[in-house]
Write a protein that binds this ligand. Structure first.
Ligand SMILES: Cc1cc2nc3c(=O)[nH]c(=O)nc-3n(C[C@H](O)[C@H](O)[C@H](O)COP(=O)(O)OP(=O)(O)OC[C@H]3O[C@@H](n4cnc5c(N)ncnc54)[C@H](O)[C@@H]3O)c2cc1C
Length: 354
């Protein structure tokens, strides 16, 4: 008999899990509080698929594997990854060199590039750095399209999507999660997958589990569209910048609580003006706040809890990069009991307490 799985959340993580679980024959229902699929963190993301600087080897390897998996998802409708490459110089020359040394040994392909090469890659930079790292195999997705690609394929494979349905709590019967309560109705399941982003905290709390998340607010700034000015992603100090398919520039930067959102957006525009050779007046289009679902040690929480059956947790930052790996490895673990070795460091039990 098909296993009955309830997935809470239709951001990129819930959508990828739905796609992979439905493809393997599970009876999948996705429950989403909002009227539309797509997530809360997911639509406010910058969309970068990478295994970039600053991560330890096991995490970089999980990310690299997921990058490869993005490449094999070509059959999912409307799911286009733009493999435009990333150019970064947001750290010291020593760190850039260390990045290339460490990550090359792990199988990633970052290249140190000098000013002339930076100029060739991005001719519209006003002041190209003397040294940068370019990773040609990094890509970017437009998150709404990716979510709808995954979900539409899941629906075609028999999954059910319940929108505007806020889960009130999980149901725990001693050492087993047996289902959920949505709008005062009980829905039973063989397994409940919590992929509710930052709201996973409250859901797990409803069955006595404490999930520690780090505050991690960020702001994304869209400019009005302009003719093509960037070839790929650029990561100078203090922001990440790319051009969307509709011509808008999209910048992401950190946000500290208490700061003024409008003032930060103005600073971002000033930084873009200093960075790029613009042929028209740069105008603000939209500013959005986003909260990264960041477990307190910064690494993903993916898997089952020890001593509790029927519960699978999938909460992570870098969900854009990791969605294919979490979807495929999660489906294999939930349906076949196979835990992938690349998930070895990311058991929920390391942080979630009872
Ligand atoms: C500004 C910013 C930039 C980022 N840049 C990158 C990047 O460049 N690369 C990268 O890899 N990652 C990036 N991230 C991180 C990435 O966007 C997230 O890790 C990812 O979107 C998380 O997806 P999710 O599906 O877990 O959560 P979400 O997108 O938040 O989805 C969770 C869903 O669960 C639903 N939900 C919650 N509670 C309930 C309930 N009780 N009942 C029913 N439904 C519920 C919500 O409505 C929501 O739809 C960025 C994040 C931000 C904020």
């Amino acid at each position: 008999m098909a296993k009955k799985i309830l997935i809470v959340g239709s951001g990129i993580i819930g959508a990828s899990l739905a796609y992979h679980l439905a493809a393997k024959g599970a009876e999948v229902t996705v429950i989403e509080a909002k009227t539309k699929a797509g997530g809360v963190a997911t639509p406010n993301t910058w969309g970068w698929i990478n295994a970039s600087w600053g991560n330890p080897e096991p995490y970089a390897k999980l990310r690299m594997r997921s990058m490869d998996m993005w490449r094999s998802l070509g059959s999912v409708k409307n799911l286009t990854v733009n493999w435009c490459g990333g150019l970064m110089w947001d750290t010291s020359p020593e760190n850039l060199k260390a990045y290339v040394t460490t990550h090359s040994a792990w199988g990633y392909r970052p290249q140190l590039v000098d000013k002339a090469e930076v100029n060739r890659l991005e001719p519209n930079l006003l002041f190209p750095p003397e040294l940068a790292v370019h990773v040609a195999e990094e890509g970017v997705i437009e998150p709404e399209a990716a979510v709808s690609g995954f979900l539409n394929d899941a629906l075609a494979a028999g999954a059910v999507f319940k929108n505007a349905a806020r889960l009130q709590r999980l149901i725990r019967d001693d050492a087993r999660i047996t289902g959920v309560i949505v709008e005062d109705q009980v829905i039973n399941a063989d397994e409940v997958v919590v992929a509710a982003g930052v709201e996973s905290v409250g859901l797990l709390q409803s069955v006595g589990l404490a999930l520690p998340l780090k505050e991690s607010a960020a702001i994304v700034v869209y400019t009005q569209p302009m003719p093509s000015i960037l070839n790929g992603m650029v990561i100078p100090p203090d922001m990440e910048l790319r051009q969307c398919p509709d011509g808008r520039l999209l910048a992401a930067t950190n946000f500290n609580e208490g700061h003024d959102k409008g003032a930060i957006a103005e600073d971002v525009l000033k930084n873009i003006r200093k960075l790029l050779r613009l042929n028209q007046v740069l105008k603000l289009d939209e500013v959005r706040m986003g909260y990264r679902p960041m477990p307190s040690d910064g690494f993903p929480l993916i898997g089952r809890m020890n001593n509790i059956d029927g519960l699978y947790v999938a909460v992570t930052h870098s969900g854009i990069t990791l969605a294919p790996a979490i979807g495929a490895f999660g489906a294999a673990e939930i349906l076949d009991g196979l835990r992938h070795e690349l998930l070895a460091h990311y058991q929920p039990n390391r942080l979630i307490t009872q």
